[in-house]
Write a protein that binds this ligand. Structure first.
Ligand code: GAR
Length: 207
């Protein structure tokens, strides 16, 4: 299974995938490309170090979300990607793209969905909102991407405790370390082995 990883920033989740593949923990899958919406993303350096071909597709270079989605569709088709992983990808994809690639796109989100998710909840903002609400437990979710932002079927979730002295930055780091970097490679491997099955809102995992 060829995997394309879409990024916009630091790329620590991309790194977790690269490291998992190197350890042999991505069964039946191979990262074939990294696509960034941001030409300055550090994730592009990580791709270079791992000898993974990378591409930059800036939303600002297209006059509509649909055209952006069409360009992405064309690139992914050319690459022969069977799985698209949104790993800190900060551009909302158009409905047409989500429909065409339904069941083949997964996203990692830094909260326990349905808390602190949807339009406007991304990156550090998610952790700011969790701290503002005073929750004692947060976490991460890996889910299929649907036309509804952060609304697709949930694949894996893991809870992470909030500490009394947490800042958004310290909480973000703990959620990444304790949940995201573990869940994302696991979900990718399950997908590549054909072990994830969507039934309505639910995902079942077979042996
Ligand atoms: C991660 O925490 C990821 O879950 C989040 O952005 C960060 C990217 O970090 N994604 C979202 O908020 C998407 N809604 P990274 O570039 O180091 O992987």
């Amino acid at each position: 299974m060829k995997i394309a990883v879409l990024v916009s920033g630091g790329g620590t989740n991309l790194q977790a995938l690269i490291d998992a593949e190197a350890r042999g923990d991505i069964r039946d899958g191979e990262i074939c490309a990294v696509i960034s919406s941001n030409p300055n993303a550090y994730a592009l350096e990580r791709a270079k170090h791992a000898f993974i071909p990378s591409y930059v597709l800036r939303r600002a270079d297209y006059d509509s979300a649909e055209r952006y989605g069409a360009a992405l569709h064309e690139l992914l088709t050319q690459l022969g990607a069977g799985l698209v992983v949104l790993a800190g990808f900060m551009t909302v994809l158009p409905e047409s793209f989500c429909r065409d690639w339904s069941g083949k796109v997964i996203n990692v989100h830094p909260s326990l969905i349905p808390s602190f998710c949807g339009e406007g909840f991304y990156g550090l903002r998610v952790h700011e909102a969790a701290l503002a609400k005073g929750v004692q437990v947060t976490g991460a979710t890996v889910h299929f991407v649907s036309e509804i932002v952060d609304g697709g079927a949930i694949i894996l979730q893991k809870a992470v405790a909030v500490q009394p002295d947490d800042t958004p930055e310290s909480l973000q780091k703990r959620v990444m370390r304790e949940a995201e970097w573990e869940l994302l490679p696991k979900a990718v491997s399950l997908f590549c082995q054909g072990r994830l099955h969507i039934a309505g809102a639910r995902v079942t995992i077979t042996n």
